[in-house]
Design a protein around this ligand. Structure first.
Ligand SMILES: Cc1ncc(COP(=O)(O)O)c(C=O)c1O
Length: 354
């Protein structure tokens, strides 16, 4: 079955000889004179910033693989999940020929990466009347032989709307597209959701790709660490496309600390608190006269409908609070990230006045 996924990859990428870095070609040894590095590390830059890092640091790959419930050969460490999106576009979509399918309103980087690569974007909207549900029949209908769609991006929980997509509907799309297109499920926010990741389905579905990140639940947005989970054969192809050293040494250390037993316990506690705050915020917001609708959320943010989003944003700014106006995606909406209890109280106080 995997042969059919590889048949979708750009032929020139399949034929590409990847860059071979010094650290890929050799390991071990005592005196490293192979990579034109400075033999000294400045005191301020300890430890070892004079040396290039491991291309895919084995300790981090093993830890992330355990965290996400996959074997390390199904995982590529990336600079945030944004890099995973970019790698997939460059790997699958030929400029001027191929396309991606997105389900708006959704995360903006899919279209941006497509634009950079010269890939067309086929939009199949989520169903607003059904709390932004995925319409699998409409997605499949849009992927005819002439559509050129190679990648289908499904975001679950979806940004900016907040809900998980129906698991059975996502799996139906992936199964139906076997050998025809790759289904990329962006799970940036799944740590906050009441359902587990789809990672357990990867073994059965070679055309399924999952994007994960440490930017949200693990609080490491500034470190830029994400992971692309996929069939080992596809991961091997992505290794050809990714930059030689995507994980800087200080980032590696920050990620390993965040994933230590203490770091994981702290993340679990943070997730518990943010989910509790999301529930508190959602029920308090629903009682405010100025809030017309609060969509149920499975992530660390909530989408609200208001009468005048610009007015609400201005009220927030006047109180020093920055939310996100999402009216271009869904008319008259703002998106609130769930913050600390004090931050959420400040949000409620301002929104009670609008
Ligand atoms: C749905 C979704 N995917 C991916 C990302 C990118 O996150 P990162 O590159 O930090 O992992 C974001 C960031 O907001 C997001 O909302």
């Amino acid at each position: 079955m995997i042969a059919s996924v590889l048949a979708l990859v750009r032929p020139d990428i399949l034929a590409l000889t990847p860059y071979s870095s010094a650290r890929k070609e050799s390991s071990g040894g005592r005196i490293w004179l192979d990579a034109n590095e400075n033999p000294e590390t400045p005191e301020a830059h300890r430890p070892l910033l004079n040396r290039y890092p491991e291309p895919q640091p084995a300790a981090l790959a093993a830890t992330l693989a355990t965290l996400y419930g996959v074997t390390p050969d199904r995982l590529l460490i990336t600079r945030g999940s944004d890099e995973g999106i970019d790698l997939l576009l460059r790997t699958f979509c030929r400029a001027g020929q191929d396309a991606i399918l997105i389900t708006p309103p959704t995360y903006g980087m899919y279209s941006v990466a497509a634009g950079i690569q010269g890939a067309r974007v086929v939009p199949v909207p989520l169903v607003l009347e059904k709390n932004f549900a995925l319409d699998p029949a409409a997605v499949l209908a849009a992927i005819g032989p002439e559509s050129g769609v190679k990648l289908v991006f499904l975001c679950s929980p979806n940004n900016p709307t907040g809900q998980l997509l129906d698991r059975a509907a996502v799996l139906l799309v992936a199964r139906s597209l076997a050998g025809r297109a790759v289904v990329v499920v962006d799970e940036a926010y799944v740590d906050f959701a009441p359902q587990p990741s789809l990672a357990a389905e990867l073994a059965a579905l070679p055309n399924l790709v999952i994007l994960r990140t440490l930017s949200k639940a693990y609080g490491l947005a500034g470190a830029r660490v994400g992971a692309t989970l996929a069939d080992p054969a596809l991961i091997a192809v992505l290794h050809k496309v990714i930059a030689p050293y995507p994980v800087p040494t200080p980032v590696l250390q920050a990620a390993l600390a965040a994933l230590s037993p203490a770091g994981r316990a702290a993340a679990q506690e943070s997730i518990r608190q943010l989910v509790a705050e999301r529930l508190r915020l959602a029920s308090a917001l629903a009682k405010l006269p100025g809030i017309q609708q609060v969509w149920p959320g499975d992530a660390n943010f909530l989408l609200l409908r208001v009468a005048d989003s610009a007015h609400v944003m201005a009220a927030g700014r006047a109180a020093g609070i920055i939310w996100r106006d999402r009216s271009k995606d869904v008319p008259c909406t703002i998106r609130l990230t769930v913050g600390t209890r004090e931050e959420n109280d400040a949000t409620l106080e301002v929104l009670a006045r609008v």
